[in-house]
Design a protein around this ligand. Structure first.
Ligand SMILES: Cc1ncc(COP(=O)(O)O)c(C=O)c1O
Length: 410
């Protein structure tokens, strides 16, 4: 049965991780994989997580199943974190939530619900978008199309072109939006742009599917949820896929949630029963551990404050690195404008160099970023900013061509 299957080309980011690990040079810089790193280059277990986890291990009395919708306490805490405590959709009982294995599980579950409700619906994603959106959403059988988003000339959003493209969509079309910290570009919508987009979405009868994987890492916990909260308050139907991987540092614990906002409480109940049925048919029940930790943190004032300050420290570190790297680049590459890096938010920026230059950075200077020049800002350290900026200056100063074997010549 399986012998005729062709091998899949490995995900380039995995190859990049392996190449980085194998590189013995002590100066090497990993800007590839999308995980937060501290000044020592570690992706730490947060102190609030460690404390909640120890208490949990000591007090847990069973490992029995949690049920297909997951831990109700976690779901409720996530609703409040994501929407804000007094959100009108919560007061109107229009929200239903399911605990999922990470944000990926939420994206897939949401796509399956859309497919069940409207098999011919098309999901429109930004150009570019996070690479895994394609398999997660299209894997459910939905068709994907793209709308203009990132403007390489400014490092910001091509908002007029985006609006023109969305204006042409038919009612019922799904628009996938990044709540904040757009992956891979770091270019976010302003509050005014969210408001204008809301007017369009209402007028055209579109269904937003909002992916929030970085709440708290852009401008702040509430600021990063601005567009999501606005849309959930003003629209009859919204899907929100939320990840706890980055802001709780729970990557491998696979912790996330899907929040469905419906037009009425009765409609929400029916759609929720469908979500439970679909979840039962994919993973049956979500993993408990990460969600139990999140619930414990959000439920206890002291832990919650500790967690919020740890997220704020991560956010500030990224913000500082953005400002400092722009200063260093300005000094070493005065003929290039990298100011957009300081205006972008979250962990990623498109550096805007070509593939040959990306390869030159990797091979000559041990600086690793993906071929499309997406860089994880959190992979920088204050101590290697100077090294990084000099490496970039060196690479930009020479014209690099690649022969067909991928070997570089100047
Ligand atoms: C834009 C975006 N959405 C969703 C996710 C989902 O992450 P996870 O499934 O690890 O929670 C990520 C993770 O990198 C992401 O960048």
């Amino acid at each position: 049965m399986f012998e005729h299957l062709d091998a899949v080309v490995p995900d380039p980011i995995l190859g990049l991780m392996a190449a980085f690990r194998a590189d013995p040079d002590p100066r090497k810089v990993d800007l590839g994989i999308g995980v937060y790193r501290d000044e020592q280059g570690h992706t730490p277990v947060l102190e609030a997580v460690r404390a909640a986890e120890s208490a949990l291990l000591a007090s847990q009395t069973t490992k029995s199943y949690v049920g297909p919708a997951g831990n109700p306490g976690f779901n409720q805490s996530m609703e409040q974190l994501v929407l804000g405590a007094a959100h009108p959709a919560l007061t109107d009982r229009r929200v239903r939530s399911v605990q999922t294995p990470g944000g990926c599980g939420a994206l897939r579950l949401g796509a399956e619900l859309i497919r069940a409700a409207s098999p011919d619906a098309v999901v429109h994603v930004s150009t570019p978008t996070w690479a895994n959106h394609t398999p997660l959403l299209a894997g459910s059988g939905l068709r994907l199309e793209r709308y203009p988003y990132f403007d390489p000339a400014t490092g910001g959003v091509q908002f007029a072109a985006m609006m023109t493209a969305l204006e042409r969509l038919s009612p019922g079309a799904v628009v996938l939006l990044h709540a904040s910290c757009h992956n891979p570009t770091g270019a976010d919508l302003s509050q005014g742009e969210w408001r204008d987009l809301l007017t369009l979405v209402k007028r055209r009868g579109l269904t937003p599917f909002i992916d929030m994987a970085y709440q708290g890492l852009g401008e702040g916990m509430d600021e990063d949820a601005f567009g999501l909260r606005l849309f959930c308050a003003e629209l009859p139907e919204v899907l929100c896929a939320v990840s706890c991987s980055k802001n709780f540092g729970l990557y491998r614990e696979r912790t996330g949630s899907l929040h469905l906002i419906s037009s009425s409480s009765a409609a929400a109940d029916a759609a929720f029963s469908q979500l439970v049925r679909i979840a039962r048919g994919i993973w049956s029940m979500p993993p408990d551990h990460g969600a139990a930790i999140v619930q414990a943190i959000l439920a206890e004032e002291k832990l919650r404050r500790q967690w919020a300050s740890e997220v704020e420290a991560m956010r500030r570190r990224i913000e500082e690195l953005r400002l400092e790297v722009v200063q260093r680049l300005r000094r070493h590459c005065p003929q290039h404008d990298f100011g957009f890096i300081a205006r972008q938010r979250g962990m990623f920026s498109f550096f805007g160099i070509d593939t040959a230059q990306v390869h030159a950075l990797r091979e000559r200077h041990h600086v690793y970023m993906t071929d499309d020049s997406r860089m994880n800002i959190a992979g920088l350290r204050h101590e290697n900013l100077e090294y990084f900026a000099r490496a970039v200056a060196e690479v930009l100063a020479v014209r690099i061509t690649e022969d067909h074997s991928g070997t570089m010549t100047r």
